[in-house]
Write a protein that binds this ligand. Structure first.
Ligand code: FAD
Length: 521
């Protein structure tokens, strides 16, 4: 069925204005914020963290808030071809926040528009701008009020709108779900330029559509985030496994226990079984004073080893003996390799800022600015042993030059009304291949290996989905969304019928003559 959803108005006035200089356009848009030409050589909007694509926009707009964004979207709608991409902090890998010859909205310029605490049904919440960084939410909530969002990302220099458009996962998601499960209200500028407030009960189709919606249905200008009391301290622990079945058994045990019977954060990673400072044994200990003792690795160990990374929250007022007792009791139920345990006690904010320190190191040695052909997948528990055998133990036995994360999540903590596509099984693993390509090595080889992994998963019929997906063809997108595809298309038709928003996701294309969105493409 092909649904012809609307016709773009050709507005010669609007188009001719594009030839004018930026100040004229700024005036005609009546922006409170500012506008820059995409020709500015250093235009940040033409690059992203992935470093694989360089796509120049026509203009980069720095709005002051939702009203400006609404004006920009309405302006684009009056032209025959302009698209609009919200740019969070540009931490996408494959140009998802770019617009080729279109309008890029720098959401970071709206950061200051909201930071407001409220109590709803006795529960604390914070209203934040879609362009706010999670690290600023941390500062506002934890440092000032002793409160914290329940679900984080590992790295916090990401925007609230950017992670909510995908999911937002970290080691707390097994308990509270992804960040998309921890917001109760959004303000959104739709593809029609309408500023709409939505929640589970108000404009719910837009609310759930936008969550995990890859920016397709609206630009998030404000989010209401659930908060809870923040702990003071974290006991941060890493334990090592040589056998994958023991690693997964313990990881799955921990994520299915009640609160109080498990840790507050559960993640894991795979690393090459070798003495490599960057990604081998020496990279595992948290405490630099305690070295990794390879003598403890069993003879039976294979090409890679596994580590569970755990965190236990506590208050300064908790007696140290109580913390020790509870942590020992939970660790006592795990079967990691004796002698390969490392732990430190750090403040809660220090723990949440842990990747920032890795960023500082990577910036210092120059690899932060190099390309990052990252691949993220969700793989069902039913296929994870097969995945380990073929991908980790064989294809990636020498590592990827950066962390290879793997930890389980529970589907029941995700809201299936959101737009995120997940594998079918209740327990599925996030697998994140966070590649850092050293100088002189080929990015193409890394990209090709990613493609090979995805092809292998597809060929073998694994129950898997890409997280932060990137596809070239509509067939692949249809396969990605599976039986959610028709709902995705219907939402597009309803909220962005001209296909103006988030062109960098490469799902729908704005057609110069008419807008045709087909479920059967
Ligand atoms: P951008 O990359 O700028 O945008 C991403 C997409 O969202 C684009 O399509 C854009 O148009 C759209 N968008 C941006 N802002 C809005 C908005 N306000 N409203 C609607 N659409 C919008 N992810 C995790 O889940 N967990 C992690 O622990 C994690 N760690 C990461 C660490 C690093 C170093 C990096 C580079 C990425 C990490 N990510 C993680 C991935 C991250 O969630 C995505 O890159 C995400 O896109 C957020 O980045 P951003 O805010 O820079 O958004």
């Amino acid at each position: 069925m092909i649904a012809c959803l609307g016709r773009i108005v050709h507005d010669n006035d609007a188009e001719s204005k594009l030839d004018d200089d930026v100040s004229t356009i700024s005036k005609s848009l009546e922006l409170q914020g500012s506008i820059e030409s995409g020709d500015v050589v250093s235009c940040s909007a033409s690059k992203d963290f992935g470093g694989l694509y360089s796509i120049k926009p026509l203009f980069l707009i720095k709005p002051s808030g939702a009203e400006d964004i609404s004006r920009v979207v309405k302006f684009a709608a009056r032209t025959s071809n302009l698209t609009v991409a919200a740019r969070g902090n540009g931490h996408s890998i494959n140009g998802q926040a770019m617009s080729d010859g279109g309008l890029v909205i720098d959401m970071r310029s709206t950061e200051e528009s909201h930071f407001e605490f409220l109590t709803i049904n006795d529960s604390p919440h914070i209203d934040v701008s879609g362009g706010a960084l999670w690290e600023d939410v941390l500062t506002q909530c934890v440092s000032r009020f002793g409160l914290a969002p329940r679900s984080w990302t590992d790295y916090l220099s990401l925007t609230v709108g950017g992670t909510l458009s995908n999911a937002g996962v970290s080691g707390q998601a097994f308990r509270y779900g992804p960040q998309t499960s921890n917001v109760t209200e959004l303000e959104v500028v739709t593809g029609k330029g309408e500023i709409t407030v939505c929640s589970e009960t108000l404009n719910s189709e837009l609310f759930f559509g936008v969550l995990g919606g890859l920016g397709q249905f609206g630009i998030i200008t404000r989010a209401r985030v659930k908060l809870q009391p923040a702990p003071d301290m974290v006991r941060w622990i890493r334990v090592v496994y040589s056998e994958f079945d023991e690693f997964t058994r313990d990881a799955e045990f921990l994520v299915t226990q009640e609160e109080g019977e498990s840790f507050d954060y559960v993640e894991g990673f795979v690393f090459p079984n070798r003495d490599d400072v960057f990604d081998g044994w020496p990279s595992v200990p948290l405490d630099p004073v305690h070295e990794f003792s390879p003598g403890h690795i069993p003879q039976t160990a294979g090409s890679v080893l596994y580590s569970l990374e755990l965190a236990f929250h506590y208050r300064n007022s908790d007696p140290p003996s109580t913390v020790d007792t509870v942590v020992s009791r939970i660790l006592g139920r795990l079967g990691f390799v004796e002698g390969l345990k490392s732990q430190v006690d750090v403040s809660y904010t220090e723990f949440l800022q842990r990747v920032k320190r890795a960023e500082e190191e990577a910036r210092a040695n120059g690899c932060w600015d190099r390309p990052h052909p990252w691949l993220n997948l969700f793989v069902s528990k039913s296929d994870i042993v097969k995945f380990d055998r073929t991908v980790f133990k064989t294809m990636l036995k020498d590592g990827v030059g950066g962390p290879m994360l793997i930890y389980p999540l529970l589907r029941s903590r995700w809201d299936n009304r959101s737009s995120v596509a997940l594998p079918d099984g209740e327990i599925f693993y996030i697998v994140a291949l966070l590649r850092f390509v050293p100088k002189g090595q080929s990015v193409e080889n890394s990209v090709a290996q990613n493609q090979e992994i995805v092809k292998w998963c597809t060929r073998e019929g694994l129950d898997f989905k890409l997280y932060l997906p990137h596809y070239q063809s509509i067939q692949d997108w249809k396969r990605h969304f599976g039986n959610q595809w028709s709902r995705f298309v219907d939402r597009k038709a309803c909220f962005d019928p001209m296909a103006i928003l988030a062109p960098g996701q490469n799902i729908f294309r704005r057609d110069p003559s008419s807008v045709i969105i087909s479920r059967d493409l």
